[in-house]
Every structure is written in structure tokens, then in C-alpha cells.
Design a protein around this ligand. Structure first.
Ligand code: LIP
Length: 273
């Protein structure tokens, strides 16, 4: 196993090692990607998503046979230990398809009551990894060098750079466009990078001041939410709910309440049709 100075947590080191191996396999891109449609014709899975998930699942089952598994491409295993690994083999599959570098392997470990224990987000095309373990802090590893990270100190929403994302269905996008119309005039600018996990890591790193998205799945945010929380972010949903498919909001502590209030006013947790 690769030795690291940032943590000796065995689950974090396992997730890191497995994410690096999956990332390496994904850089060996075949000449032709086989595309299968999922929820809509624009929501696709490739043979690379499937093979990377299989690699991750095999490594985690071998190392932690009593833990559960949940993967975007179908991995599902009940937990005998009360802990589940939540996997997205490629978060940002559309970026991967278009050879944009903003895609990553995301591996999170959560307890069955939803507490995040470990998160690793590895972006091979950026040569960057973000990691965290509960109560131990969050780190970035860039070109082999690691350092702790924390959220930004921007307290003015109007000066904040905000990430967001859009679902794959036209109906969902119609309401997301309406919400964007309410948020865009109230922030410095908006970025749509195409990977929820990376958006959360950029909030953790203080590159984005905040991020919100409706429609994300557990595998999109399981690792990034551990990393962002350990870096000081507040994360939740609207109207006192926790983060989830209805809405995920993650920001530094200074702009959180104001963004939540704007999103609630815009009914960002509801679809128009
Ligand atoms: C993607 C998310 C992204 C969201 C997309 C999609 P995928 O995950 O991370 O933020 O806007 O609609 O859900 O499909 O690349 O694993």
C-alpha cells in the first residue's frame, strides 16, 4: 500500500488505493466508447463506468467482506457491519465522453444511520485527489504533494462563485432554469462543471464559495460531502431537511443561510411539471 503522511486511517488509505487503481484504468481509454442510455437518451453509461465499478467492488469486497456496497452502475450488497461503501466509478461521465478533464472516481464510506466516515474523490485527468476522514480533516493531493484544505471565507453572497448542476430530463431542467433565473442575479457568477463530487471538493478547497443542485444521488455526494464537511462546509437541504435527492446545498458557513433562503423562495426543491 502507498504510504501517506496525511492519515493512517485504514479505511481512508484503502479507499485512496482503490480510487487510484480505478483512475489508472479509466485513463486507458479505448478507441470506441460503448454508450448505453439510462434515465434519458443523454444520460449514458459506458463500458468504462462498468469496468471501473467492477474493479472497485472486487477490491472492497476482498478487503472488507462484511461491509455493504452501493454503486451507481448497480453494485448492491447488504452490510453486516453497519457500514456501506458508496461508489461512483465516474462522476462526470459526460465530461469523460467529451474528453473534458472534470470527471472523477468517488468512494465514500457511511454508517447505516447516514454518518460519513471517509471520502475520496480522485480526478485522474487533473492529477488531483481530495480526501477526508471524520474528525480528522480534509486534504488535497496535487501532483504528489498533499496539504490540508478549508472552505473560503467569502461572506458576501453577491461576491460568491456558485456551482450548480442540471438533471438529465427536460422537465427537471425547465424548473432548474427557473431557479437559476433567481440565483444568478444574486451571486458573482455560476459554474456548471458537470460533476457533483468535484463541485463539493471545490467548495471544500475554497475555490467555489458554494454549490447547490436538485436531483443528486447518494453516489454523487457520498464522498464529496465528507470532504466538504471536514473542510468546514455546511451541507443540507431546504426547509430543515438533510441533503438528498430533493436538494443539496453546500457552502462556507457565512453564505449558507442566505443561499438557503433564496432557494426556498425560488421553490428550488419543486418541479414545475
Ligand atoms: C452527474 C452529476 C452532476 C449532475 C449530472 C449527473 P454522473 O453524475 O455529478 O453534478 O449535474 O446530472 O447526475 O451521471 O456523471 O455520474
Amino acid at each position: 500500500m502507498q504510504q501517506t503522511k496525511f492519515s493512517s486511517d485504514p479505511d481512508l488509505l484503502l479507499a485512496y488505493e482503490v480510487a487510484l487503481a480505478a483512475g489508472k484504468s479509466l485513463l486507458e481509454r479505448p478507441a470506441v466508447l460503448d454508450l448505453d442510455a439510462k434515465s434519458t437518451p443523454t444520460d449514458i453509461v459506458t463500458q468504462m463506468d462498468k469496468s471501473a465499478e467492477a474493479l472497485i467492488v472486487e477490491a472492497l469486497v476482498n478487503a472488507r467482506p462484511n461491509d455493504g456496497l452501493l454503486g451507481e452502475e448497480g453494485a448492491q450488497r447488504d452490510a453486516a457491519s453497519g457500514r456501506t461503501w458508496i461508489i461512483d466509478p465516474i462522476d462526470g461521465t459526460i465530461n469523460y465522453l467529451y474528453e473534458l478533464p472534470f470527471w472523477c472516481v468517488s468512494i465514500g464510506l457511511h454508517t447505516s444511520d447516514g454518518q460519513g466516515l471517509v471520502g475520496v474523490v480522485h480526478a485522474p485527468a487533473l492529477d488531483t485527489t481530495w480526501l477526508a476522514a471524520k474528525n480528522q480533516g480534509a486534504w488535497i493531493i496535487e501532483r504528489g504533494h498533499h496539504r490540508p484544505i478549508q472552505v473560503s471565507d467569502q461572506s458576501d453572497l453577491a461576491m460568491s462563485l456558485m456551482g450548480t448542476g442540471f438533471g438529465y430530463s427536460s422537465a427537471r431542467r425547465t424548473s432548474q432554469a427557473r431557479v437559476l433565473n433567481s440565483i444568478l442575479p444574486n451571486v458573482r457568477d455560476i459554474r456548471r462543471l458537470g460533476s457533483c463530487a468535484l463541485d463539493l471538493c471545490l467548495v471544500a478547497q475554497g475555490v467555489l464559495d458554494g454549490y447547490y443542485e436538485r436531483g443528486v444521488h447518494a453516489w454523487d455526494h457520498a464522498a464529496g460531502s465528507v470532504i466538504a464537511r471536514e473542510a468546514g462546509a455546511l451541507i443540507g437541504g431546504l426547509r430543515g431537511q438533510g441533503e438528498g435527492n430533493e436538494m443539496l446545498v453546500a457552502t462556507n458557513p457565512y453564505i449558507y443561510d442566505e443561499l438557503i433562503a433564496l432557494l426556498e423562495l425560488a421553490q428550488a426543491d419543486q418541479d414545475d411539471i
